[in-house]
Design a protein around this ligand. Structure first.
Ligand SMILES: Cc1ncc(COP(=O)(O)O)c(C=O)c1O
Length: 460
């Protein structure tokens, strides 16, 4: 290959029309949606960077697998194909498919999490936190402060802060049911966790006789970063790195909508028969029989192929290369974003982008609305609106950093699409001083409020 960034390692076989719109149309649509991009119908969005979850394009091989999915209620051959791939890739013996990642969290936490407990993690994704808090336990994030500092270029900003973890274990080990590692760390933009850090967490877990659970939604992207950035792994295959990462885990929860390269699906895998047996009862009650867990046989078949495809070096070089190229374009124009650029998303530091908008007016949501008005691009707020209120006090949990996340779906948009988004954001950045007022909440729910909240625009 010539010495340039790896281009897309796929070509287009089927196309899907996306519709441009005018600013006036978007103004009307965003008002109708209560300034909440989650309530916006997708045909009112031109380029959709709301999430990388379940929005990827499946390959021709996956579509072929769909046609041969086995829809038997019990013992489907598609389940067995998936089981084989999961065992081979992660080395975890017991597998429970579920309909998506949060169902895996729910099933595992039904076994492990109880009232008044405390679960330390590098960072809990919002559904993970919600499932822990739903059980009246506490979810504690242990990231180093540098993880939120956009100028800190540590290559492994997703790492667990070992001092924080050690303190928690020393002071409250009796309350800790397990330690959680999220790879890559979604909250800070797909920042990876190094193998050295996983090993150090595992050593601490062992010292206090605590199991280690891995949220592996983006395991392949994490493996790629380890291969590229961690000294000593350049010649280690992505499969070997994956085996090493998960080899230290007692269980994994997986939203297959990310690195499973499928539009729906998830699973729980563990090496503990007892956990498996207990979680199975829960899955049978809420998801379905243990060999399909709320999915169709064809979904299991597509996932088995997706897990094989995602771990390819060519795919990952082009996938992460695309995100890096997009981020670099913004950095070159002076737009404040999280650095280094993560695996699946670019995070824009909204407080720096719009310094005039106070955090009480949800500055990242304001930027998300502005980008939609500018270009029909949908991103998502990862900040105070997402954090929600403290369940005890009802107070706002102000976020450490107010991010606008632009998540890149897998194998969907071309580099030209992302150039369009970059230019829109740069144009907005050039006229940022005109934006001084944010948004205010009109209506909100107590749990996961960001999905349904209604807002209105504040005037200066
Ligand atoms: C790290 C992480 N864990 C868990 C989940 C939840 O997965 P799902 O949306 O499939 O329920 C997500 C989804 O975005 C995630 O990013």
């Amino acid at each position: 290959m010539p010495n340039t960034a790896t281009p897309e390692t796929w070509r287009v076989k089927t196309v899907e029309h996306i519709r441009p719109s005018t600013r006036d149309q978007r103004q009307q649509w965003i008002e109708e949606a209560g300034f909440n991009l989650f309530t916006l119908p997708s045909d009112r969005v031109f380029i959709d960077l709301l999430t990388d979850s379940g929005t990827g394009a499946m390959s021709d091989r996956q579509w072929a697998a769909i046609m041969s999915g086995d829809e038997s209620y019990a013992g489907s051959t598609s389940f067995h194909a998936l089981h084989e791939v999961v065992q081979d890739l992660f080395g975890l013996e017991y597998l429970l498919p579920v309909h998506q990642g949060r169902a895996a969290e729910n099933a595992l936490f039904s076994v492990l999490v109880h009232e008044d407990q405390l679960v330390p993690a590098n960072s809990h994704f919002d559904t993970t936190r919600a499932h822990i808090e739903f059980r009246k336990a506490a979810a504690v994030d242990c990231l180093s402060s540098g993880a939120y500092d956009v100028t800190d270029t540590n290559p492994f900003k997703g790492n667990m802060n070992l001092d924080m973890l050690r303190d928690i274990l020393q002071e409250s080990h009796a309350r800790v049911p397990f330690i959680l590692l999220t790879i890559t760390c979604n909250t800070t933009g797909g920042q990876p966790v190094s193998l050295a850090n996983i090993a150090a967490v595992k050593a601490l877990a062992d010292r206090y006789h605590k199991p280690l659970v891995v949220d592996a939604a983006r395991f392949a992207e994490n493996a790629w970063f380890i291969q590229q950035r961690e000294p000593g792994y350049r010649d280690t295959s992505l499969r070997d790195i994956t085996r090493q990462m998960l080899g230290m885990a007692d269980a994994m929860v997986m939203s297959a909508k990310k690195d499973g390269l499928v539009n729906i699906g998830g699973f729980l895998a563990t090496r503990h028969r007892e956990w498996f047996d207990q979680a199975t009862e829960y899955v049978i009650l809420f998801e379905g029989f243990r060999t399909y867990g709320g999915l169709a046989g064809r979904d299991l078949a597509a996932l088995a192929v997706g897990l094989e495809e995602v771990i390819s070096a060519d795919y990952l070089a082009s996938r992460i290369g695309q995100v890096q190229r997009f981020g670099q374009r913004l950095i070159d124009a002076g737009v404040p974003i999280q650095q280094p650029v993560g695996g699946h998303a670019v995070l824009v530091d909204a407080s720096r982008f719009l310094p005039e908008v106070p955090r009480e007016e949800y500055v990242a949501q304001t930027l998300a609305v502005e980008l939609y008005l500018e270009a029909g691009v949908r991103g998502v707020e990862i900040g105070t609106l997402l954090n929600g209120r403290d369940p005890e006090s009802g107070e706002e949990r102000f976020a450490e950093t107010e991010w606008l996340r632009l998540a890149i779906p897998r194998r969907v948009y071309s580099n030209d699409h992302l150039e369009y988004v970059a230019q829109a954001l740069i144009d907005l950045y050039h006229r940022r001083s005109e934006i001084r007022a944010g948004v205010r909440i009109v209506e909100e729910k107590p749990v996961l409020r960001h999905f349904t909240v209604r807002l209105e625009r504040k005037t200066e």
